[in-house]
Design a protein. Structure first.
Length: 452
């Protein structure tokens, strides 16, 4: 009989899969190292097991102890698998930008999950780094994993992932492309491959809002590079000890939108239901295509599974809200489609300025059409109201008709985006759309910008 003694024995030996559709413009053979075949559905199972085994060997964790880690979710899942099998408790500290599915999965595996704000400095006491360290100080018989600086992370990939890729490609690999977060994968795999063949190129995929690319090129840690981003699993606002910049040949950066769009495309065009970092990785590879020739063998690593992103990158409403959904937008009808369930907010000529301001605040809008019994007769916007207040501080009780400007232009549903853009560019804050069912909608500057 063939069977594994525990679920931990199924970690590793993941397949290489040829890319066929998204890489048609690349002459090289492109192979995906498909890490979702690990039992926790991500590459992080490898280093989770290695870090705990090394900690046990060194006496840093005792039987019945508590494992504590700051994680984007996947490392937490790997740690949870090992903790269950080995009898440890687990506390995961996770940033609030991570998907709800990741948090739910960790709790389903018995982990205690603490959620922290994303948009704070690493040294802020609210950051997930700080909270994890504080938990380790407060909980008896606990061990803080620290995947960022724990070099067992890199060793896991030097001992398993790197050799697998070398053997699966029969030593013919010429380029390795992977998203970089903690740095363990790129550093461990990169070290192993370069020891076998120093000519192999190691490329990291970074995201905008992260410091890796600039630091690699200049050795300058530029805090101005740090800002909030949506892409999960790659990029950092710190320099983890696991990132060996000397092994990496270069970085390419991928936008949040491209990472999200290509996550969807992997599923719809390659049948690969993968996580957000896979979208970033394949787009990064496409950005590097001029570095590849027809004789090259390029391996791109895909970290985790799409099931952890069904509420985000695989949710069209989520994608649309962020302007990520690749839709054909050519007419007014296309722009107002997402307004279907929202009534047009208006103000009457005899209402007071205070009423218009209250409505702007309530609906979070910056302009309102003015109507009377005959239809649209004017408009007010925040710029006009601001100017009016400068002239008269007591104008809240002034009728709207005394401060309103010319009415917004009215177009039909089939008016082109180009025509609408010209109207707005010529000084109009918005345009009114008359639809076929005798209703009206509004297109603002924001609506146009959000679909650029």
């Amino acid at each position: 009989m063939k069977y594994a003694n525990t679920i931990l024995d199924t970690i590793g030996d993941t397949p290489l899969v040829k890319m066929n559709v998204l890489t048609k413009g690349i002459d090289a053979l492109v192979l995906a190292k498909y890490e979702t075949f690990n039992p926790g559905n991500s590459i992080k199972d490898r280093m989770a097991l290695k870090m705990i085994e090394d900690a046990e060997a060194e006496g840093r964790i005792k039987p019945g102890g508590t494992i504590i880690e700051s994680t984007s979710g996947n490392t937490g899942m790997g740690l949870a698998l090992v903790a269950v099998v080995k009898g440890y408790k687990l506390v995961c500290v996770i940033a609030d930008k991570q998907s709800k599915e990741k948090i739910d999965i960790l709790r389903a595996m018995g982990a205690k999950v603490l959620v922290c704000p994303t948009n704070v400095d690493p040294d802020d006491p609210r950051s997930y780094y700080s909270v994890a360290k504080r938990q380790a100080q407060q909980i008896p018989n606990s061990w803080y994993v620290n995947q960022y600086d724990n070099l067992s992370n890199t060793r896991a990939h030097y001992e398993t992932t790197g050799p697998e890729i070398w053997e699966q490609t029969d030593g013919k690999i010429t380029h390795f492309v992977v998203g970089v977060g903690t740095g363990g994968t790129i550093s461990g795999v990169g070290k192993y491959l370069k020891e076998r063949n120093p000519d192999i190129k190691i490329w990291g995929v970074d995201t905008y809002g992260s410091v890796f690319k600039k630091y690699h090129e200049t050795r300058i840690f530029d805090e101005n590079e740090i800002y909030s981003y949506i892409t999960e699993g790659i990029g950092e606002d710190i320099l983890p000890k696991n990132v060996n910049f000397d092994i990496i040949d270069g970085f390419t950066k991928v936008t949040d939108k491209d990472a999200a769009v290509y996550t969807q495309r992997l599923a719809k065009e390659e049948g690969m239901f993968l996580g957000n970092s896979a979208g970033a990785a394949i787009k990064g590879l496409l950005q590097l295509k001029e570095h590849f020739t027809k004789d090259d063998v390029v391996v791109v690593l895909f970290h985790d599974h799409g099931s952890r992103y069904v509420g985000k990158m695989f949710n069209d409403d989520w994608m649309r809200d962020r302007g990520f959904l690749e839709e054909t937008i050519s007419t007014a009808e296309d722009l107002v489609r997402e307004h279907d369930q929202k009534p047009l907010v208006t103000v009457k000529t005899e209402e007071l300025v205070s009423h218009a301001i209250e409505r702007m605040r309530k609906y979070q809008i910056s302009q309102i059409p003015v109507v009377d019994s005959h239809g649209f007769v004017g408009s007010v916007d925040e710029t006009a109201l601001f100017s009016a207040f400068l002239d008269n501080k007591d104008m809240a009780d002034t009728p709207i008709k005394e401060v309103m400007k010319a009415p917004f232009p009215i177009v039909n549903s089939f008016t082109s985006i180009e025509e609408i853009t010209k109207l707005i560019k010529n000084g109009h804050q918005a345009v009114i759309v008359a639809t076929d069912d005798e209703k009206h909608d509004i297109i603002t500057k924001y609506d146009v910008i959000s679909h650029i």
